[in-house]
Design a protein around this ligand. Sequence first.
Ligand code: GTP
Ligand code: MG
Length: 609
Amino acid sequence: MPPEAADFEDPRPVSGYDFRLLLRLLPYARPHRALLAGSVVLVLGITLLDLSLPLLMRHAIDRYIAPAGGGAPAPEPAAALQGLSLTAAGFALLVLLQFVFSFAQSVLMEATGQRIMHDLRLRLYAHTQELSLDFFARNPVGRIVTRLTGDIQNLYELFTSFLSFLAKDLILIAGIAAVLLALDTRLALVTFLVLPAVAVAAVHFSRRAREIFRALRIQAAEINTRFAETIGGIRVIQVHRGEARNAERFDRLNLENYRTGMEQIRLLAVFLPLIEVLALAAVALVIGYGGSRVHEGALSLGALVAFLSYIRMFFRPLRDLAEKYNVLQNALASVERIFLLFDTPPALRAPPPGAGPRLDRFEVLSFEEVGFAYVPGEPVLRGVSFTLRRGGTLAVVGPTGAGKSSLLQLIPRLYDPTSGRILLNGIDLRDWPKAAFRGRLALVLQDPTLFSGTLRENLFHGLPPPTPAEEARIVAAARLERLLERLPAGLDSPVGEAGGAVSAGERQLIAIARAFARNPEIILFDEATSAVDSETELAIQEALERLLEERTAILVAHRLSTVRAADEILVLHRGRVLEVGPHAALMAQRGFYFHLHQAQVQTGGDRGP
Ligand code: GTP
Ligand code: MG
């Protein structure tokens, strides 16, 4: 399936492959088949108990309460009393057994559901982490989060509520039908006259319900998305006074959701009483026709009473069907989207682990006529070529939007080039195992992200716990002392998930420290464009210089001091390489770089040493 297919929430109807979707769930249930089998056995037991209760009732009535004239002679009053007590005790025993079985069955079923949900969420999370950045660009956070939480919860309900319905209620319905036919075939057939009406109602209901549930799910995901985006962009919204317009848009969405919800309620409000009416019609048929059968002597009174209680039992699951159908539809919509996510292939094609060349030592990285576009037809990089050897430093400069950050992202394969090749030690990056190269490099982003957690967790994210000496070394190297003095709990201070507690300059320092902690061979550094105070600026400069010692680096640089020190400078303009060479050579050319340099010197843009 092409990655485009992962734009889930497209409202096409699922019909036709509902069943196949359920089949795809089987592998997830398989590890828990022992639990499921236990559950099914218990269900059979419960059904047998359910079916036996009215029969016991018939026995009590026909034998001891109102014995039929023609049959066996009526028992003595004392014997009748004893028989009745025994029957009542038997009845109580069966009810008790039924309680125990039902309890055990629902515990088993819930446990199975929990386990399946647990597995599935784990796999989905792992899969999501591997997906391409394209995918995340196309699918808002709210949607993905709905997938990981709400949809899996729905699946859980599928297992606990719907599947136990299938097992329990369908067996029960079939069992009742069989017993009714055995008790009195003619009366049973007359009673079944209401069934076509039930079928018509159920089919109509299920058609409508499917549409409504689908719409509800899509709207819920949209609402989540809107919330997530609003919270993510709250600063911009508040500053630009966008609240009112946002609220209006949200209101429309919310209203739509409300209307669909009301439609669902209306549908249920018709369906439930309708089934009730049909059940009563069946009761009327049994009383009318069954009563006359009793008079004819074709049916015993006990059998008639048993018949009536079977009818109640027969319609209860049918009425519950509406509710179960909710669950099924919700779950199917969820299953569908969960599998859409699973079917989205991981970002990068890479040789299977273990295959492919082994990277012993980084020697050379080269771009050969690399072209790249986020959106087909809108190239961001065109024909970019350069070579960077071990220990070298390449600075990339150019106006904003030139494609500098995009170029950096190709190296750790956050994206793959659309044309041309990137070679590592002469071999295409795509032929290396994914982990081979990523482990060797550190990427300092233009706008570094901090995860919610402590400063220490942020620095050593994904690394084994550092020793105190190591911590001290990294703090010193990255010039974090000043920040640490300010933070009350030092490295244990929490830094907000959006880095709220630290400034932009400090965030850049933290990102540098993060790179230090990894001790990478290659540094990819995307210098922040935001201005910081000159003291932080100096700290960043020093930290960067230390980070670059003995290492290979590609620096996207705005500060001329950083640029000047590079072995080679790549001037990028609208995705093309305009000039390339060391500082002195480029200055001598008096081209684009020369003018860029002059402009910055004049405006005091170079605040470096
Ligand atoms: P500055 O950081 O401002 O100096 O610019 P830059 O040289 O780093 O530019 P960058 O590589 O970030 O962007 C180059 C072009 O790609 C711009 O026209 C951006 O609008 C576009 N672009 C950047 N990121 C994305 C993205 O995630 N999706 C899409 N569709 N376009 C992007
Ligand atoms: Mg950039």
